[in-house]
Design a protein around this ligand. Structure first.
Ligand code: NAG
Length: 354
């Protein structure tokens, strides 16, 4: 501060000197007197003294300035150090601020965690209360169960006694069962024998049924009986025997007789009875007929008509026939028969099958 004051003073003094010089020039143009010269010399001396003083002051000021400069350099160095420290501090502060922000974030998270934990704790407390209630209920139930268990043990003892009795009864029943099983085995054997017998009976039944069936068929076939007459008028045989067909069917059960061929065909093996009657009238001649079995004559009857009155021949025969054996009537060669109503007939029937 002191050095600055001195500098200001020095500058103002220099200004004064310049002004005085200008004045001197202007004055020089107007007058050149001796008094003025003497006065100038005195003034110059004063100026020198003043200059000397000023020079000293400047020297002194230079010293002061140097020390001030040194001080300033020192201060600058100090200032640089302070700045360095400030930068370091600011860096630290930045780091601390970032740390603080991170800490705050953490604190926030911890706070939220704490809130969540508190909520959980609240829930757990509630659960705990419920569990305690439940535990009390369970305890009560256990007490009840213990008393029930005692009752059940008593009951169990009773049941055991009963089971023992049942085991005894069971043993007795086992013995009976074994006996029954033996009985069953015997029955099985018997049953097998009966089944075999049944099979045999069935076989016999089937055979019998077949037999019955055959018998029924035989019975049906055994219903054999016929009677037939002739067409009205004379029938005359020539030089050879004439097959005599009784065309007027009176009865023909079993259809064994054919009114077309005049042949009877035996449907079953058996004993048959046949009979015939033939008649003649009007003029002299031979009345005659014969019966054939399988083409071989078994019966022959004839009469001679002399005076035109009615004459008859009639006969019957029992024949044993095989199935398919044929019986028919003939008019022998030169003989004749006559019919007007039912005088000439041919009859046959089965007596019994064989
Ligand atoms: C046989 O002829 C007589 C006389 O015509 C008749 O009355 C009778 O009904 C006849 N019999 C048969 C079985 O046709």
């Amino acid at each position: 501060m002191r050095a600055i004051t001195l500098l200001v003073l020095l500058i103002s003094m220099c200004g004064a000197q310049t002004r005085s010089t200008q004045t001197e020039v202007q004055t020089e143009g107007q007058s050149t007197g001796a008094a003025a010269a003497a006065a100038e010399i005195s003034t110059q001396l004063d100026i020198y003294a003043e200059l000397k003083e000023l020079r000293d002051m400047v020297v002194e000021l230079r010293v002061t300035l140097r020390s001030t400069q040194d001080e300033l350099k020192k201060m600058e160095a100090e200032n640089a150090a302070v700045k360095e420290r400030l930068v370091a501090s600011e860096t630290k502060v930045g780091a601390l601020e970032r740390g603080l922000v991170a800490s705050e974030t953490k604190v926030g998270a911890l706070e939220r965690g704490l809130v969540a934990s508190e909520t959980k704790v609240g829930a757990l407390e509630k659960v705990n209360e419920e569990q305690e209630t439940e535990l009390t209920a369970v305890k009560n139930e256990m007490i009840k169960l213990i008393s029930e268990n005692a009752a059940q043990q008593t009951e169990l003892t009773n049941v055991k006694t009963e089971v023992m009795n049942l085991i005894k009864v069971n043993a007795a029943q086992d013995t009976r069962l074994a006996a029954s099983e033996t009985g069953i085995d015997n029955m099985k054997v018997e049953n097998a024998a009966q089944e075999a017998e049944l099979t045999a009976v069935k076989t016999r039944l089937a055979a019998t049924e077949t037999e019955v069936d055959n018998l029924e068929k035989m019975t049906e076939r055994s219903k054999v009986a016929f009677s037939a007459g002739l067409t009205n008028g004379h029938i005359q045989a020539g030089s050879t025997a004439l097959n005599l067909v009784f065309t007027k069917v009176i009865t023909n059960v079993g259809q064994a007789y054919s009114s077309i061929t005049g042949f009877f065909t035996a449907p079953v093996r058996g004993v048959y009875y046949f009979r015939f009657t033939v008649m003649d009238i009007d003029r002299p001649g031979w009345l005659g007929t014969s019966m054939l079995k399988n083409g071989k004559q078994v019966m022959y009857m004839s009469e001679h008509e002399k005076d035109g009155t009615r004459i008859h021949v009639s006969s019957g025969v029992t024949l044993q026939l095989e199935v398919g054996d044929a019986v028919n009537m003939q008019i022998p060669a030169g003989n004749r028969v006559f019919e007007d109503t039912n005088r000439s007939t041919f009859t046959g029937f089965l007596l019994f099958a064989l």
